[in-house]
Design a protein around this ligand. Sequence first.
Ligand code: ATP
Ligand code: MG
Length: 683
Amino acid sequence: MTENERNYIRILVQKNVPIEIADETKKILSVCDNLPDTLKNPVVTDEEKHSIIRQIFPKEVQSFVISVCDGGAVDSLARMIDEYTELCIEKQGSIRAVVRYVTPLTETQQEDMKSFIKEKFGRNDVNIEYRCDPDIIGGFILNAGDYEYDKSYRTSLKLMRETLKHRTNKLNSSEAPDALEGEIDHAKRANDIISVLKSEVSDFDHKSGVTETGYITRMGDGIAVIHGMNHVMYGELVEFENGVRGIIQNIETRTCGAVLLGSDHGLTEGSSVTRTGKRAGVGVSDALLGRVVDALGSPIDGLGTIPAEDYFPIEREAPGVVERKSVTVPLETGILAIDSMFPIGRGQRELIIGDRQTGKTSIAVDTIINQKGKDVICVYVAIGQKSSTVAKLVNTLKENGAMDYSIVVSASASDPAPFQYIAPYSGTAMAEYFMAKGKDVLIVYDDLSKHAVAYRAMSLLLHRPPGREAYPGDVFYLHSRLLERSSRMDDEHGGGSITALPIIETLAGDVSAYIPTNVISITDGQIFLESELFFSGMRPAVNVGLSVSRVGGAAQTKAMKKVSGTLRIDLAQFREMEIFTQFSSELDPATTELLNHGRLLMEILKQPLYSPLPHHEQVIILYAATHGFMKDVPLKEVREFRTNLLGYMRIYANDIIKEIDTEKVLSDDLCKRLEKVISDFKG
Ligand code: ATP
Ligand code: MG
C-alpha cells in the first residue's frame, strides 16, 4: 500500500462510508470487467467518465471514485476498497471467516465454530460465510484472519500419501535387495513393506492442520507480493498453491515479498500461499560428493536422487572469534606463481580477480585438481555461467580424477535470478556440513560479479531503492556474510576449515569499481590476473605487483619460504628495469644480469593447464633458479631443463625429495646435497 493509496482511503474514512456500500462497490467492480479500462481510456473525456461513475456507483462513494479516476489510480481501486473494508471490520471488533465444507454443518457445530473464532482472535463478533466446496472431498477448511484450519480429507490424503512415499523410499534404499538372494526374499520384503505401511496408515494422525496463509496480490518476473501471513519470518520458506516454494525477502506492513524458486505456472492474483515455518535450506549428506546439483541441492546430472542425511539452512551465522583458530596449514594450489609468492592457508579467503578470459576459472580448477589425495573436499559453485561451460568443467574434473571429492553447484545463466542468488549460500551450507565433520573444504564461487548482478535484478523487482550503480545498499553485506563463513575452527569445534576462492570479473582491469573494491576489502588477499600478461604468453597471468596474500605466509613451509624469499623483489626490480632500459642500446653487466635473471624467473613461473606441481618440485626448481644454476640455460630450453632435472632427481636423489616433503625444511646440509646433485646433473 503506497502513501498515495492511503490518502485515498482516508477520504472513505472521513465520509464514514458504511461497510455494505463498500461491499456493493466491490461487487460492481467485479461484475463490470471493462470498467477500469474505460476509466483509464484517454479517448473518453473526463465528463463522460464522471457521468458513468455517477450512473453506476452508489452515492456515498461517487466522489471517492471520481477523485481516484482523476488521480489515475483506477488499477488499485479494488485493493483500496478491500483495505477499507478490513479497516472497518477491525474497528467494529469483528472478524470475517470463510468455511468451506462438503456436508453442511449442524446448528451446534456452527455455534461451536463461532465461539472458537471469537475466543481465538479475541473479537466480540464473527461474520462467517459458508461455501460448499466438493473439491475438498470431506471435512472442512476454515479461513479466519491470517490462519487456515485445514481439516479436509483432501489434505489428509495428500499428507498420508507423502508420508507413505517417504517411508517406502527409505525402506527401498536402506534394504536394497541383494542380487544373490532369491524370489522368496522378494516376497518377504514385500510383506515387510506392506506391514510397515499398514502400521503407518493406522497410526496416521493428521496433526492440528493449522497453517498461516496469505494470498498473492502482485506477481511477475519470479517475484510475488503476498498479502497476509502477518507472522512470517524473513528468509522463511513459503509454499504456493501450485506446489512451488518461495523465500520471503521483503517484509512490509500487511504485505511481504517473496522470490519464487520454480515456475509461476498456474499462479494468479488471489492464489493462496502457506507458511512452512522453516528457513530455506538444502539437504546434505556424503552422497553429494561426485554430483552436480542445482541451487536447491537437487541433482541435475541424471544420476538419481541424493538421499539427505541432514537439513542445513542456506543462511547461517558465521563462526565467532572464540571458535576460530589462526591459519597455519597450507592449501597448496600446485601453481608455482601462487604457492611461492601468494601462499594460501586453509581457512583463508583469497580473491581471484581479472578481466574476462584471463584464466580465472583455470586457476580454481587447477587448485581443485591439486587437492587429490590431500583429504580436502572441493565445492565449485557456478553462478550465471553457460550450462555448456559447466559441463566442460565437470568433464575436466572427471578426466583428472577430481570429481570423487568434489561437488558442483550450478545456477546457470538461464536460471531465474533467485537461484543465482542462493547458489553460493547453498554451496556454503554443503561445505559447512563437511566442515562440521572436521574436514577441510575448498569452495570456489565463480563468479561473484554475476552474483551481485542477479541480486541487483532481484532487488529492483522487489522495489528496493537502487544505490550506486543501481546496486541495492546491502550489496556489501551480501558478500561479507557469505565469505565470513569461511574459517578454520579450533580443535574443540572439530578443527575443520572452509577455504574460499571467490572470483570477480573486472571490466578493462578496473579494480576500483564498486563490487571489486567491496570484495577486495572482505577477502584476505587477491590474485590479480592481467590480460596484457596473458596475451604476451605469461600464463598464469598473475600480476606480481598487485597481488597479495595477507595471512597465507603463516601457512607456508619453511623450505618454500627460504627459496622464494627474494622472488617478489627480484621480479619487481626486473619489471622496473625492463621499462627503464627499453630504449637504451648499451647496458652495463650488472643491469644485463638483473634483466636475464628476471627473464628466467618469468619463464619459470609459466605453467601449462592442469599440471599442478607438487611441493618438492616447486622447491627444487626455485632453488636451482635462485642459486644461479640456470644462468647459462637459454630461455627456450628452460622447460626442458626443468623436466630433465626433476626426472634425474627422481632416479638419483629420491632421498632428497622425500626429505623435503616430510621435513619441509631446507637445512644447510640438505642445501649442500641438493647443490651437488644439481651440479652433477648439469655435468
Ligand atoms: P571467463 O571470463 O570467460 O570466465 P576465465 O577468466 O575464467 O574466463 P579461463 O576460462 O580460465 O578464463 O581461461 C581462458 C582461456 O585461457 C581458456 O581457453 C584456457 O584454456 C586458457 N588458459 C588459462 N590458463 C592457461 C594456462 N596456464 N596455460 C595455457 N592456457 C591457459
Ligand atoms: Mg571463468
